[in-house]
Write a protein that binds this ligand. Structure first.
Ligand code: GDP
Ligand code: MG
Length: 180
């Protein structure tokens, strides 16, 4: 039989969170398999593309948008949010402030962008740096916040140890594919 041609799905994924929570590290690790302890602030917006063979017939291309680390601002430009299909909000498990900031960020996303059904775009909350011992937030608190603010789910991740990155993105793709 003739091979079926596969369908390509392109999704824009915005990655947001406070300064230094690990946004750029997440994208670098997930897209390029790289990690570095050397901190280099993102200037402007960075893009990275990852191609995934999702099913026999579906190719998913994720275009990650990484914003520069302006501390405590939710005021990204319209272009940053425009046509985003999904969102990752990251905080640092050892920083309470970075966790609390996620509330404002989620509200900003929900007010700036929606899907074709006028519904909020799927959004996952990522607790990064779980390899460190000094957790500043309890799991119970994150659980509660996650349901209050309508995240799809939250995941404990470590970009450094490459833990739960594939799972997190997989979870997002599943929902985005369902709704597309
Ligand atoms: P951004 O400002 O949100 O883009 O943050 P970066 O990705 O530049 O990361 C900030 C710092 O956190 C860097 O020094 C990273 O090496 C470090 N970092 C990122 N992810 C992890 C992690 O999972 N564990 C630990 N211990 N450090 C991390
Ligand atoms: Mg950065």
């Amino acid at each position: 039989s003739l091979p079926k041609s596969s369908t390509e799905h392109l999704f824009k994924v915005i990655v947001i969170g406070q300064f230094r929570v690990g946004k750029t590290s997440f994208i670098q690790r997930y897209v390029n398999g790289l990690f570095t302890e050397n901190y280099k602030a993102t200037v402007g917006v960075d893009f990275a593309m990852k191609t995934i063979k999702w099913t026999e017939n579906d190719i998913v291309r994720l275009q990650f948008w990484d914003i520069q680390g302006q501390e405590d601002t939710t005021k990204m430009t319209r272009a940053f949010y425009k046509n985003a299909a999904a969102c990752l909000i990251i905080f640092d498990m050892t920083s309470e402030r970075s966790f609390e900031f996620c509330k404002e960020l989620k509200e900003a996303v929900d007010s700036e962008v929606c899907d074709k059904y006028e519904m909020p775009i799927p959004c996952i909350l990522l607790a990064n740096k779980c390899d460190l011992k000094e957790w500043a937030v309890t799991r119970e608190r994150v659980d509660q916040f996650c349901s209050e603010c309508n995240f799809l789910c939250w995941k404990e991740i470590s970009v450094k140890r490459n833990e739960q990155l594939e799972e997190s993105v997989g979870c997002l793709i599943e929902v985005v594919m369902e709704r597309s």
